[in-house]
Structure formats: C-alpha cells, structure tokens
Design a protein around this ligand. Structure first.
Ligand code: NAG
Ligand code: NAG
Length: 166
C-alpha cells in the first residue's frame, strides 16, 4: 500500500515538476517535442515555433547528441533515417548556425560531411551523425524550447519512473 503510494507520488512528481508541455520531455535546460510529420527545413523550424514556441533542436555536447538520438529512435518513424536538426549554412555558406541563435560549439559530422552544396543539417537516426541535405527535402524533425523551470528550477533530476523514462 505504502509502496503503491510512493510510486504514485514519484510518478506524479515526474509528470508535473518539469515545466514542459504535456507529453514533452525535459532534458537539461530544454523541453523536446517530436512529430512524425515531414517538412522542409524552414517549414519544420516554423512548425516548431508555431506549435511550441521553439525551434528545431540545437546540440551542444555529445551527451545531448546521444540523448536526442535516443529520443528520435524511440519516437520517430525508423523507416526514414534522417531527421532535421536546427543547423544551417543557407545564405552564409561554410558558416553553420543554429536556428535558435545559440552558439555552435559542437559538431558530430558523418564521413565527408558537410557537403558544400547542401545547406541544411540532419541527424542520421541509426548513428547520431550529422549529414547536410538539400533544405527543400522533407524530413521528420524534433522541436526544442526552453524549459520553463530554467534557470530557477535547475537541471532535470527526475528519477526513473513510468512517466519520465523514455
Ligand atoms: C529559409 O529561410 C531563410 C531565412 O529566412 C531564407 O533565407 C531561405 O531562403 C529559406 N529557404 C528556403 C528554401 O525557403
Ligand atoms: C557550448 O556552449 C554551451 C552554452 O554556453 C555550453 O553549455 C556547452 O557546454 C558548450 N559545449 C562545448 C562542447 O563546449
């Protein structure tokens, strides 16, 4: 009885404590939402702004890269190996930037990447490596927006539980 109560409480806390929209997943200072819809790079970024007030994901470390890959593996349609992340050098070739304006201080390119004539960045679901693609191709994508708890709430510390483990 107590045990059930404890787990209910933990599950409830996990569910309500992070300031993400219902169904979205917190990690570090961001919340993430996923879709199985496909869009061009710009349309996908615009979709993120419209639906969650965010952008395509920006990635700043290998830990974050691995976590995003796992979120994608668990939630996106694996029939499509590439999905958009928020990096682009469209209109400023060889100067890659994140659409959310954050610093680009980490990259995880696949072999021979990026290609000069492909200006939008995608992650390969199966490897977590980044590949440049034509911006007009349609891919699945993940959106990201700042976790409402940050900076006052600190980082995500939820213990493993049914509602927060993915
Ligand atoms: C995407 O948006 C950027 C910034 O607004 C713009 O410069 C670019 O031309 C757009 N690309 C496409 C393919 O529509
Ligand atoms: C990149 O910058 C962000 C924000 O300042 C920081 O959190 C992150 O650790 C940095 N990553 C690397 C690889 O230096």
């Amino acid at each position: 009885m107590l045990r059930v109560l404890f787990f209910t409480l933990v599950a409830l806390l996990c569910f309500v404590s992070p300031n993400c929209l219902p169904g979205d997943t917190p990690f570090e200072i961001y919340c993430f939402s996923y879709n199985r819809v496909h869009g061009t790079f710009n349309d996908s970024d615009a979709h993120c702004l419209k639906t969650v007030g965010g952008s395509l994901v920006s990635i700043h470390s290998m830990i974050e890269n691995n976590w995003i890959q796992k979120l994608a593996v668990d939630n996106l349609d694996a029939d499509y190996d590439l999905f958009w992340i928020g990096g682009s050098d469209e209109g400023h070739t060889n100067d890659w930037r994140w659409t959310d304006g954050s610093v680009l201080n980490f990259t995880n390119p696949g072999p021979g990447q990026p290609l000069e004539d492909r200006h939008c960045g995608a992650m390969q679901l199966s490897t977590g490596r980044w590949f440049s693609d034509l911006c007009t191709v349609k891919h699945q994508f993940l959106c990201q927006y700042p976790n409402g708890a940050y900076p006052t709430g600190g980082s995500y510390t939820c213990p493993p539980c049914p509602s927060c483990s993915k």
